[in-house]
Design a binder for this molecule. Structure first.
Ligand SMILES: Cc1cc2nc3c(=O)[nH]c(=O)nc-3n(C[C@H](O)[C@H](O)[C@H](O)COP(=O)(O)OP(=O)(O)OC[C@H]3O[C@@H](n4cnc5c(N)ncnc54)[C@H](O)[C@@H]3O)c2cc1C
Length: 161
């Protein structure tokens, strides 16, 4: 589990119960569409794969139901793939993070800047804030350059009339 030991301890102190090697299979709703249950299956650690990691394998017949009234799905820390899939010309790494010019946050797409976890991968609030500031400065320069060239164009047009 990608969390610090103290975070796990704090969560347990606050009443969170972890269920390791357990995976949700489906959610059950009532007649009004409200969630009322969750079917889970127990897992066991299988043989190590080529990376040496023992992958979880479902234990057949171990499905069980849990009564729930709220479900928060929070799995993984990788970027949402929708951005790359829907934004033509945006270069990304094989992990789905956006490639930028480090100093400016400029992406491969004109006028598009990025920063934070979607660029660095899972990191910290402070580094996301830093990247946001850098990108904001670069965006300001980009917009001002555009404005200047538009103003220049306008004055040339006026002179030539
Ligand atoms: C459990 C957990 C604990 C953490 N604890 C700490 C900690 O103690 N200290 C610390 O410094 N950092 C911590 N972090 C890391 C920190 O939360 C992140 O590094 C930080 O939030 C990154 O900021 P961000 O703005 O890049 O991304 P995010 O905060 O993830 O913001 C991205 C936003 O974009 C939205 N979004 C995504 N896709 C789209 C889309 N297609 N269209 C529109 N909006 C979209 C998302 O909904 C989200 O609101 C923790 C992270 C996790 C998961």
């Amino acid at each position: 589990m990608p969390a610090r030991l103290e975070e796990i301890e704090n969560a347990e102190e606050e009443g969170i119960r972890f269920r390791f090697l357990t995976v949700p299979v489906r959610f059950l709703g009532d007649e009004r569409g409200w969630v009322k249950g969750m079917e889970c299956i127990k897992m066991r650690l299988g043989e190590p794969d080529e990376s040496g990691r023992r992958r979880p394998v479902p234990i057949e017949g171990s499905e069980f139901l849990m009564d729930v009234d709220t479900v928060v799905i929070a799995i993984g820390q990788t970027p949402n793939p929708i951005i790359q899939r829907t934004t033509k010309g945006l270069k990304t790494t094989r992990w789905g993070t956006i490639i930028v010019n480090d100093g400016t946050g400029k992406t491969s797409k004109k006028g598009v800047y990025a920063g934070g976890d979607v660029v660095s991968g899972a990191a910290t609030v402070i580094s996301a804030m830093g990247a946001g500031k850098k990108a904001a400065r670069s965006i300001h320069r980009y917009v001002m350059r555009k404005k200047k060239s538009k103003d220049k164009q306008r004055s040339v047009t006026r002179v030539s009339c």
